[in-house]
Design a protein around this ligand. Structure first.
Ligand code: GLU
Length: 304
């Protein structure tokens, strides 16, 4: 398969959508990003990389970080993790409070903000230096020692994150989180502020594509069965309130973030990451989704 040529063609084909959607501005620091950037990188499990445009420019991965936090928590807690957080699609916005109230403080899944705060809480309770260990884990996954948190983005979200503060307080009220609310929020916003390029994200997702082997990075191990289950959660819950649409159009497990990134995998073949900051109404990158839809259509490679 000539992925390099296919990616170049996709970039040309998605140009009509280049002004569709709007970048996230509810995190003030994200409003400074040039909305016209686009990058894409595909890494095969045979060790080939194929990149187009700004594939080496780092951006705010935001909710894609939740995948890494889930991997660490699964490694630490195994199946008992699911007593604290569900694994069903939510059908509500990523920052919705309604469901959390009705369901008595147990988040529907680990990729909603509430669920990721439970992951943050577990890491805070289990690790001596959670910020450092999270960063070391992702650095080991992507093979790059220079990826970092962006303090300005984390602070900016901290100052305006009133809805996330409400979620954290509701979790604390229901005793779903153990740690201090402010500490949980700080760590959650810090994880979201991680910056990576498409190439680094694709590399970090490659172990999930290669699920038959399981993996061990930086002291965190997942069995092949756990990796398979993580991919299932990505498939059903990875795209906000649009996981069904993403399955329908693209057909790959993955995760998106409001920074405009999407990382996805085709099991036993490749991982792919795409970045374009303009989002649709559900919070997914317009060009990113279009590019991935074209990728699975042109290659006839999807899990369906
Ligand atoms: N830090 C963002 C928030 O909590 C993450 C949202 C996302 O990327 O889905 O709103």
């Amino acid at each position: 398969m000539d992925y390099g040529k296919i990616l170049e063609e996709i970039f040309l084909k998605i140009q009509p959508y280049s002004k569709e959607g709007r970048q996230a501005t509810y995190i003030p620091a994200l409003a400074n990003v040039n909305p016209d950037r686009f990058g894409m990188c595909l890494c095969t499990i045979d060790g080939e990389d194929y990149c187009v445009e700004s594939a080496d420019v780092r951006f705010s991965v935001q909710s894609i970080s939740k995948v890494f936090a889930l991997a660490m928590c699964l490694s630490l807690r195994g199946e008992s993790l699911w007593e604290r957080v569900g694994k069903e699609p939510s059908g509500t916005a990523f920052n919705s409070l309604v469901q959390l109230e009705v369901e008595k403080g147990i988040p529907r899944n680990p990729f909603m903000n509430a669920g990721a705060m439970v992951l943050a809480d577990i890491l805070l309770s289990s690790l001596d230096n959670p910020e450092e260990e999270f960063l070391s884990f992702v650095r080991a996954l992507c093979g790059s020692d220079s990826i970092c948190y962006n303090r300005e983005v984390a602070m900016s979200e901290r100052e305006t994150g009133f809805l996330n503060a409400a979620i954290a307080n509701l979790l604390k009220y229901h005793a779903t989180v153990e740690n201090d609310v402010e500490r949980v929020l700080d760590f959650y916003f810090t994880m979201c502020s991680l910056e990576m390029s498409c190439r680094e994200l694709a590399k970090a997702f490659l172990p999930f594509a290669n699920h038959r082997d399981g993996f061990a990075y930086s002291g965190f191990m997942l069995t092949s069965s756990q990796v398979k289950r993580m991919n299932a959660v990505m498939q059903t819950c990875g795209f906000y309130d649009e996981a069904g649409e993403f399955s329908y159009l693209v057909g790959l497990p993955g995760k998106s973030g409001v920074g405009g990134g999407i990382a996805a995998i085709y099991p036993l073949r490749y991982s792919v990451a795409v970045w374009s900051p303009r989002l649709n109404g559900k919070g997914n990158s317009v060009m990113g989704m279009k590019a991935l839809e074209l990728l699975t259509t042109e290659t006839k490679e999807s899990i369906f």
